[in-house]
Design a protein around this ligand. Structure first.
Ligand SMILES: Nc1ncnc2c1ncn2[C@@H]1O[C@H](COP(=O)(O)OP(=O)(O)OP(=O)(O)O)[C@@H](O)[C@H]1O
Length: 262
C-alpha cells in the first residue's frame, strides 16, 4: 500500500516466542493515518500478541516495532497518550461508578478532572447511558459495559485505536452508531486497528484487511484486492480459503453425532 504520509505504526520482521514456541514468525506491517485495518486470523494466530507488543504490554520480542516513531518498552511511554485501546476481555473496576471510572481513565490520559468528567458524561448521554452515569458498573449489562469501554478508549482523542471485538454485546442501533463513528474518525486521519471474528462487519468497515495465520501475514490488501486475488465472494470464504479450512460441515456433523449419543 503506497502513501506519502509517514506510518504511525511500523513492524519489521517481528518475532515472538513463548516457552520456545514461535507464535509470531516475522510480521511486517506499516499502518498509515486514516486506515481502518481489519486485523483478522484464526484463534491463536497471534493477533492479540502483536497488539500487546505495540502497546508495550508484552516484552521479549525480536525485530523492529515503532509506534509514532517510538519503541515500546524504551522507557518513554508518552506515545501511549495517543493510543486508545478496547481489549477483548476488560478489567473494568466494577465497584466504581461510570463517572468515577471514566474520570480516572481520562486523568491517566492527561485530561483534567473536569474535562474528563464532562467529556465522559456527554459521550455516555450519546450512548443513552446518561441516566446511569453515577451508577456502579457492576450493575451494568454486558452491552452497557462495552459502551463504557469504548468511551474510555476515546476520551483523550487518540490518534490510533486498537479495538478487539468492539461491538461485542452491543444492540443493533449501537452497532450502527459505532460503525459510523469509526468511519468518521478514520476520515479525520485516525488509524484504527479493528480485530474481530465477525467477517461481514470486517468486510464492510475495513479499508484494508490484514490476515494473520500461524504468526505470519498471509494476506494484506483492500477487500476488493483480496477478492480479485482469491476468486471468492465473501471475506468469510476468503478467510476459509487462505487458512486452508474446508471442514466445517464434517466437524459440525461429528459434533452433532456426539451430542445425540446420550
Ligand atoms: N502469555 C502467554 N504465554 C504463553 N503462550 C501465550 C501467551 N499469550 C499467548 N500465547 C500463545 O500465543 C499464541 C497466539 O495467541 P494470541 O492471543 O496472540 O492469538 P489471537 O490471534 O489473538 O487469538 P484469538 O483469536 O483466539 O484471540 C497462542 O498459541 C497462545 O496460546
Amino acid at each position: 500500500m503506497t502513501t506519502t504520509k509517514d506510518p504511525v505504526i511500523k513492524l519489521a520482521n517481528l518475532r515472538m516466542s513463548y516457552g520456545g514456541r514461535q507464535v509470531l514468525n516475522g510480521v511486517d506491517l506499516e499502518v498509515y493515518p486514516g486506515q481502518i485495518i481489519g486485523y483478522i486470523g484464526p484463534n491463536g494466530a497471534g493477533k492479540s500478541t502483536t497488539v500487546k507488543i505495540m502497546l508495550g504490554l508484552v516484552e521479549g520480542y525480536q525485530g523492529e516495532v515503532q509506534v509514532f516513531g517510538q519503541h515500546p518498552g524504551d522507557g518513554d511511554a508518552s506515545y501511549m497518550k495517543r493510543i486508545g485501546y478496547v481489549p477483548e476481555i476488560a478489567e473494568l473496576y466494577d465497584t466504581l461508578t461510570a463517572r468515577e471510572y471514566l474520570t480516572f481513565i481520562g486523568e491517566l490520559y492527561g485530561l483534567s478532572t473536569d474535562e474528563a468528567e464532562m467529556r465522559a458524561r456527554r459521550m455516555m448521554t450519546e450512548f443513552s447511558l446518561g441516566d446511569v452515569f453515577n451508577s456502579r458498573i457492576t450493575t451494568f449489562s454486558k452491552g452497557m459495559k462495552q459502551k463504557v469501554l469504548l468511551i474510555s478508549s476515546l476520551l483523550h482523542n487518540p490518534d490510533v485505536l486498537f479495538l478487539d471485538e468492539p461491538l461485542s454485546g452491543l444492540d443493533a442501533n449501537s452497532v450502527m452508531v459505532v460503525k459510523e463513528m469509526l468511519a468518521l474518525l478514520a476520515a479525520q486521519g485516525k488509524a484504527i486497528f479493528y480485530s474481530s471474528h465477525i467477517m461481514d462487519v470486517v468486510e464492510k468497515i475495513s479499508s484494508r484487511i490484514v490476515l494473520l495465520d500461524g504468526g505470519r501475514i498471509v494476506a494484506d490488501g483492500s477487500f476488493d484486492e483480496l477478492k480479485a486475488q482469491n476468486h471468492e465472494g465473501s471475506l468469510e470464504q476468503i478467510f476459509n480459503q487462505l487458512t486452508g479450512f474446508n471442514e466445517h460441515q464434517d466437524i459440525a456433523g461429528r459434533l452433532v453425532s456426539i451430542v445425540q449419543e446420550v
